[in-house]
Design a protein around this ligand. Structure first.
Ligand SMILES: Nc1ncnc2c1ncn2[C@@H]1O[C@H](COP(=O)(O)OP(=O)(O)O)[C@@H](O)[C@H]1O
Ligand SMILES: [Mg+2]
Length: 237
């Protein structure tokens, strides 16, 4: 039997008195690239914040490789192997690309140390070429790459990418897509939140659709591609 890498089981999440997620279930198996799709305001970022421990669920649980991590502090969840790249792409602007990467360095939860500066520069040649440039001077797309690269430096078991294509020029979106595809082909386990279904079609292996804080559909990406009813009902296309 395959062991789920990430299991979100029946989580309810509130911001103050308002309930945002209603019994959300989501499973990502090792090696899958799971797209979490849904319109603006559907609950994608809240799901990610719940997993990362920033918006802890009031009900339900979250397991990483069979171990319950919900209820832990965000830094402990990160240390357990969840590499969360939030949508706001924060870098340390006054520091070089290389310093930003070094800050992210840690071994994985089982001592994994695959991702080194050298391997990250190999995977992100664009960053290698400007390693001494201040991060604050990078374009939005370059900052997006840097935050993904910095998260990889922590050797996570699963990478959570929240709308990495949002607000970027088409050519940069394509570059980010190529990068995620390469990570997928290396065997990485990825959860990718997106409004942009077209971006996910050539990248994800599986899809889960969230709407108004509830999971409404799950299938392979081919299944979603062929399902016009779901696409029309829940995704702005
Ligand atoms: N800090 C917050 N306080 C109150 N409501 C919020 C907060 N953040 C998001 N929401 C609401 O939660 C819902 C889900 O938002 P979000 O998870 O960001 O959706 P998505 O990422 O799918 O666009 C939206 O209705 C949004 O307005
Ligand atoms: Mg969002």
């Amino acid at each position: 039997m395959t062991q789920a890498m990430l299991e979100v089981k029946g989580i309810d999440v509130f911001y103050g008195a308002s309930q945002i997620l209603f019994g959300v279930d989501l499973t990502v198996e090792k090696g899958q690239t799971m797209a979490l799709l849904g319109r603006n305001g559907a609950g994608k970022s809240t799901t990610f914040k719940a997993i990362a421990g920033i918006a802890p669920p009031r009900r339900g649980e979250i397991n990483l490789a069979g171990v319950t991590v919900s209820g832990r502090k965000p830094y402990r969840i990160a240390r357990a192997g969840i590499g969360y790249v939030p949508e706001d792409r924060q870098v340390f602007p006054e520091h070089s690309i290389e310093d930003n990467l070094v800050i992210g360095t840690k071994k994985g939860p089982n001592g994994e140390d695959y991702w080194t500066l050298e391997r990250v520069y190999e995977a992100f040649p664009i960053l290698a070429g400007m390693r001494h440039r201040m991060a604050g001077r990078l374009s939005g797309g370059e900052q997006q790459m840097l935050t993904i690269a910095r998260t990889l430096m922590g050797n996570p078991e699963i990478l959570l990418l929240d709308e990495p294509s949002e607000g970027l020029a088409p050519i940069i979106v394509q570059a980010i897509g190529d990068l995620i595809r390469r990570l997928r082909d290396m065997g990485a386990t990825i959860l990718l939140a997106e409004q942009n279904m077209h971006f996910c079609l050539g990248i994800a292996t599986h899809a889960t659709v969230v709407d108004k804080g509830q999971i409404v559909y799950r299938d392979t990406i081919e299944g979603l591609r062929a399902n016009d009813a779901i696409k029309q009902r829940y995704l702005a296309i």
